[in-house]
Write a new protein. Structure first.
Ligand SMILES: [Mg+2]
Length: 312
């Protein structure tokens, strides 16, 4: 018996948690929701923020590229609006009927013996609705979403739109100059692909609470920008797997040490440990997800280094 107990203690879970993006990761891009979402964002900018229609496309591209989401960018350059109203406008009219229950994915997720958490930039209403439509609402332990990363007490957004357009930073003009000499304004919105957003998600997911406390303390000491001892973050991140369809998000996850799975393409880009044409290919590409325990962390670390070339 004594021998058996020692053996059990020596075995440690290979992973602690799997973080899954939602949109275009748990359902395919060709569902059409993403295209509708882009149109709704443009309509919001014109109808609610008074932005010239001819500028919307360029503005969206610049804001998305520089701030992670158009919404985060709009706030950075000076637009003030109610977050719930924005989400309701952009997501509330999406054709959710295009999403169908996915029993194959449900069975896959339910059979993985590790904790699973959603990590999305979208709002909670949208995330809940999508999961319900896909029949996956009980497959995840929690949802880290816009409201989780941007709790109401930390939001400084006004309920009313800013009527003074003189206060808006002209980002199109900024990038049209050959040598822009002003810095881009900061956004108050926390979202992927910010490395801090991903690090914060690890903390919010209550991943390995003991290590997470020290992680959080280090974040505070570094003014939320990083770690004095990077290995601590790497050590924590090395027990997590992050699935996302965005290469930017994947690369941010990789930089902090997560195992990364790019979904929606079978071409493995830099920063992605694995690439899945579809989330349905999980089992073929990552069979280790169905093996709960590994004898020790050292052996696992060696194994990962070899397996990083797997593409499915
Ligand atoms: Mg996505």
């Amino acid at each position: 018996m004594e021998y058996e107990d020692c053996y059990r203690q020596a075995k440690r879970p290979k992973y602690e948690c799997l973080l899954f993006d939602l949109d275009d990761t748990l359902y395919p891009l060709n569902s059409g929701l993403a295209a509708h979402c882009r149109k709704n964002i443009g309509d919001y900018m014109v109808e609610r923020l008074g932005i010239e229609e001819s500028k919307v496309s360029d503005l969206c591209n610049l804001l998305y590229k520089n701030y992670g989401t158009t919404m985060a960018g709009l706030r950075a350059i000076g637009y003030k609006f109610d977050y719930d109203e924005y989400h309701s406008f952009v997501h509330g009219r999406l054709p959710y009927e295009k999403l169908r229950p996915d029993p194959v994915l449900r069975n896959l997720l339910m059979s993985i013996p590790f904790r699973k958490v959603i990590f999305t930039n979208a709002d909670k209403v949208h995330a809940t609705k999508v999961l319900r439509k896909l029949g996956l609402e009980d497959c995840f332990e929690g949802i880290i979403c816009f409201e989780t990363l941007n709790p109401p007490e930390e939001n400084s957004s006004s309920d009313q739109p800013d009527s003074n357009t003189n206060n808006i930073f002209d980002i199109i003009d900024h990038f049209s100059r050959s040598d822009p000499n002003t810095e881009l304004p900061m956004t108050p919105v926390l979202c992927k692909p910010s490395e801090y957003a991903t690090t914060r998600a690890l903390q919010l997911a209550k991943i390995n609470p003991q290590r997470t406390v020290s992680l959080f303390l280090h974040l505070c000491r570094r003014n939320l920008l990083g770690f004095r001892h990077e290995w601590q973050l790497k050590q924590l991140a090395s027990l997590q797997i992050f699935f996302d369809d965005s290469i930017r998000n994947i690369q941010a996850g990789k930089r902090i040490g997560l195992h990364t799975v790019l979904v929606g393409t079978s071409l493995r880009a830099k920063g992605a440990d694995y690439a899945l044409g579809s989330i349905h290919n999980m089992r073929e590409a990552l069979p280790e997800l169905w093996k709960e325990e590994e004898k020790d962390d050292v052996r696992y670390a060696e194994k990962v280094a070899i397996e990083t070339s797997v593409t499915a």
